[in-house]
Design a protein around this ligand. Structure first.
Ligand code: ATR
Length: 275
């Protein structure tokens, strides 16, 4: 059955760009469905509010922080990748069941230039900073792309748990090892929230001796150029922010619900860059 009502849920969800993205495609394709909404859902009332959404006729729900694990836990059917990550960002609701998927890892992969994958990731050393929910998807994606991925986190225990959960045979990078490991990595991605707040500087690692061919990625897209990317750019390194990943994960959700493969147009990119 066609899905008519879609939304993103989070807590808080007010700053989510997902409605702009989904509504852009709904309009572009002239789909005769309701506009995509954003809804605050209190984690303490998660099941109850999910039942309400089902009763209101929502068929597709995107899930953002801090609800992705809860969403996975209440689902009846789960895709392989959501099982692996134990988290869901895309729910499909029908009268008798909830289907869970996670498009973050594939969204990250689709956000990357093929050349970067070939030259900087596959069979290369990569470094992920952070061990939260988004790090899980990124580490999984880099591992799937055949990279030798290692992880640094302020709280090393969380990095060990993540690697163990994803069955990745590597150890967390220690503070002492960090700069040396970064200098020999060809792809470094920040998944921490450091740099999101105004005036906050991400100085987890030193860019002093990072190789000139190293590609620097920050999942943060607001600000467009985080302090992490600014430091990298000042050294002449190639950089990318998280906006493309945000759009690509949305495109995968859109395809799951509406069975339409959408393209990421320049118009959409500039629409979001202007927000
Ligand atoms: P998300 O789901 O977006 O990944 P999260 O699960 O809250 O968010 O994870 C945030 C990540 O940013 C964590 O790895 C956190 O480190 P800890 O595990 O040590 O808490 C990291 N982080 C947040 N603030 C940080 C800071 N000031 N310095 C270093 N790391 C930070």
């Amino acid at each position: 059955m066609a899905i008519d009502k879609t939304a993103v849920i989070g807590f808080p969800v007010d700053h989510s760009l997902s409605p702009i993205i989904h509504n852009h495609w709904i309009k572009e394709l002239a789909l005769d469905i309701k506009p995509y909404e954003k809804l605050n859902v209190d984690p303490n009332m998660f099941e109850e509010q999910m039942n309400n959404l089902k009763a209101e006729g929502f068929g597709g729900i995107n899930v953002t922080v801090p609800l992705k694990e809860l969403a996975f836990n209440i689902s009846d059917e789960t895709s392989n990748v959501s099982k692996k990550l134990r988290s869901a960002n895309t729910l499909t609701l029908s009268s008798d069941k909830i289907n869970a998927d996670n498009t973050d890892a594939v969204g990250f992969i689709n956000s990357l230039d093929k050349k970067i994958i070939e030259e900087n990731i596959t069979n290369k050393k990569t470094l992920v900073l952070g061990a939260g929910g988004s790090a899980r998807s990124v580490v999984h994606a880099l591992n799937e792309l055949g990279s030798q991925v290692r992880l640094f986190n302020r709280t090393p225990e969380k990095a060990s748990i993540l690697l163990n959960d994803l069955s990745i045979n590597s150890s967390p990078v220690s503070t002492e090892e960090l700069d040396d490991y970064a200098n020999s990595s060809s792809f470094i991605v920040n998944t921490t929230s450091l740099g999101q707040k105004e005036g906050e500087c991400n100085n987890i690692l030193s860019f002093e001796n990072i190789g000139v061919e190293t590609f620097i990625y920050d999942l943060i897209y607001n600000p467009k150029r985080s302090s992490f990317l600014e430091q990298a750019e000042a050294k002449g390194l190639k950089v990318q922010n998280g906006l493309r990943m945000l759009i690509e994960q949305a495109a995968c959700s859109f395809q799951i619900w509406h069975e339409i493969k959408v393209s990421v147009s320049d118009e959409l990119m500039s629409l979001l860059e202007g927000v």
